[in-house]
Design a protein around this ligand. Structure first.
Ligand code: SAM
Length: 267
């Protein structure tokens, strides 16, 4: 009975996502004020700074980085592309995977220009803007479902697993309740080698966000203590949790009070 309820919740979330509109999502969340490189308190520069720091501390290394629930966005792997030789992007929806292919294969007519994001990351790294080498480490863009015990196709990863996972705004946006969020953390952990790192970014206290015009996607309003407990229960050791408080004028397309950045390690 309980299992049936969990399945129904996951199916209801999947149904919500059928109306997801990548162009509207990018326009809402990846333009000013949420992505404003001139503003010190803007969200996306904060995320890029957290990722830059996490990837350059020296403990995150290896061959393969996997991004969980990439959506139509690339900012979350830009720093990682400098550290890893192979990067795998994943998403639940074909429309999002198509948006990523559009940019990476230089098809033209993409919904967003990622150049200013790359330029900002290059600046953080103290190097010249260099788009081409980063794109070339992205090996594929594949389907994923974090609610399956085996989220990726069996042949998507080498048997040793990934050396690092990044996931940005996916788990709390794709889960019907906290139990499903925690289970999803466990499922993606199976893709990671023991000792590998998880860099997890998510919203705090968010009940919904706009996934397209008029499409309110319900989400899990997690708090910091719940995130820490879910990580522990799913076999991760927390290294660091940082919190960003959403300024009032940035509460436009969701009701999040904050954003967390977690660096953790699989036990
Ligand atoms: N990572 C992007 C970002 O940082 O903006 C997109 C985040 S968007 C809020 C949530 C993403 O979760 C969407 O791309 C959606 O397709 C994906 N998603 C929804 N259900 C999922 C599932 N069951 N498994 C994996 N990803 C899922």
């Amino acid at each position: 009975m309980e299992e049936k309820g969990a399945e129904n919740g996951v199916a209801a979330m999947a149904a919500c996502y059928q109306g997801f509109d990548p162009a509207a999502y990018l326009q809402n969340n990846y333009t000013p004020p949420l992505a404003d490189f001139e503003r010190k308190d803007s969200l996306v520069p904060w995320i890029l700074a957290c990722l830059h720091r996490a990837f350059t501390e020296g403990d995150v290394s290896g061959e393969l980085l996997v991004d969980i629930g990439s959506g139509p966005t690339l900012h979350q792997v830009m720093s990682g592309c400098e550290v890893f030789n192979k990067v795998l992007l994943t998403d639940f929806l074909e429309v999002n995977r198509q948006e990523l292919r559009c940019w990476l294969q230089d098809e033209g007519g993409c919904s967003l220009d990622w150049t200013p994001f790359l330029q900002h990351v290059c600046k953080l790294e103290g190097r010249q803007y260099d788009q081409i080498p980063r794109n070339s480490v992205i090996m594929d863009i594949v389907p994923i479902d974090v609610h399956r015990p085996q989220p990726l196709a069996l042949d998507a990863l080498p048997s040793a697993g990934a050396d690092c996972l990044v996931s940005c705004f996916c788990l709390e946006s794709a889960s019907p309740d906290l139990a499903a969020f925690t289970r999803a953390l466990g499922h993606i952990g199976r893709l990671l080698r023991p000792g590998g790192h998880l860099l997890l970014i998510g919203t705090l206290g968010m009940n919904y966000y706009l996934g397209g015009p008029g499409l309110k996607i319900p989400t899990i309003p997690v708090n910091e203590a719940q995130v820490c407990a879910s990580l522990k229960e799913s076999g991760y050791t927390l290294i660091r949790l940082e919190v960003y408080t959403v300024p009032q004028d940035m509460k436009l397309f969701d009701d999040a009070s904050g954003v967390f950045f977690v660096k953790a390690m699989k036990e």
